[in-house]
Design a protein around this ligand. Structure first.
Ligand code: ATP
Ligand code: MG
Length: 251
């Protein structure tokens, strides 16, 4: 199991945002959905210890997150944040940032190709890129760490349809060829169908619905219907050849 959550509580701004999440996130591609403010980004940040829960515990591949060296955990479980956070300098400086701290010298040109920007972007000032381009630089930066799992917070929210499909194809490839597991937040129902093996819905501080994680027969969350949550409207078909296994069929 990639992640397991046990009674995870998170408070933000004096309010309980996550009220005791129990559940599991399996290998493969897991979408996290839920209304704005539901705590999706908060949850993602807990998964690579950009923050720690106020109560409860999270394990990664069977080991408590608190037992990991934080920096090596963040290299193995890399986060692409919701808002790009580029450092001053060129695109190339930004893609290298992080990997170099880990003593690696990534192939920037190749990484830029993978995220659909191309070599020509390498020496451009990062600050002048569009938000969608910045998002892809952030993805390239995360990939430069050679992670085993990628946490993606609305990775295609600023992209046009064509570019979004191209990034989705990249993510699919990463998952299938490099066996990188993906946990990604999205508001895009069609994206959950194209890319997700499994969908978890956050609502009112809880996992309001669930999908059976890949390779695990046990339900997660409280077992209530995601369909009631509104965001994933076809709860009844999921798990019966719906979202699970969708990756192998036509989008
Ligand atoms: N540092 C913070 N200080 C105060 N409140 C915070 C902080 N971070 C998050 N929150 C609050 O916690 C709640 C959950 O925020 P979070 O960013 O996790 O939501 P989200 O589900 O990712 O929403 P969106 O879909 O809009 O990105 C929100 O009400 C937000 O205002
Ligand atoms: Mg968010």
């Amino acid at each position: 199991m990639l992640f397991q959550l046990h009674g995870v509580v998170a408070r933000r701004g004096g309010r309980v945002v996550l009220e005791g999440l129990d559940g599991a996130i399996g290998e493969g591609a897991t979408c996290i959905v839920g209304p704005s403010g539901a705590g999706k980004s908060t949850l993602l940040r807990l998964l690579n210890r950009l923050a720690d829960p106020d109560a409860g515990a999270i394990s990664y591949r069977g080991r408590d997150l608190r037992d990991f060296d934080v920096l090596s955990l963040r290299r193995e479980v890399a986060l692409v944040p919701q808002l790009p956070a580029l450092v001053e300098g060129s695109v190339s400086d930004n893609v290298r940032y992080g990997a170099q701290l880990a003593g690696r010298d990534p192939d920037v040109g190749r990484l830029l190709e993978i995220v659909g920007l191309g070599h020509s972007y390498a020496e451009r000032p990062a600050a002048r890129l569009s938000v969608g381009e910045q998002q892809r630089v952030m993805l390239a930066r995360a990939l430069a760490l050679e992670p085993r799992a990628l946490l993606l917070d609305e990775p295609t929210s600023a992209l046009d349809h064509e570019t979004k499909l191209a990034v989705e194809a990249t993510l699919k490839q990463l998952r299938e060829e490099l066996e990188i597991s993906l946990v990604f937040v999205t508001h895009d129902l069609l994206q959950t169908r194209r890319l997700g093996d499994c969908v978890l819905a956050l609502r009112d501080g809880r996992l309001a619905g669930d999908r059976r994680p890949v390779g695990d027969g046990r339900p997660v969350g409280d077992g209530s219907s995601v369909g009631e949550g509104g965001l994933v409207g076809e709860g009844s078909s999921v798990g019966e050849g719906g979202l699970v296994g969708e990756g192998t069929g036509p989008a």
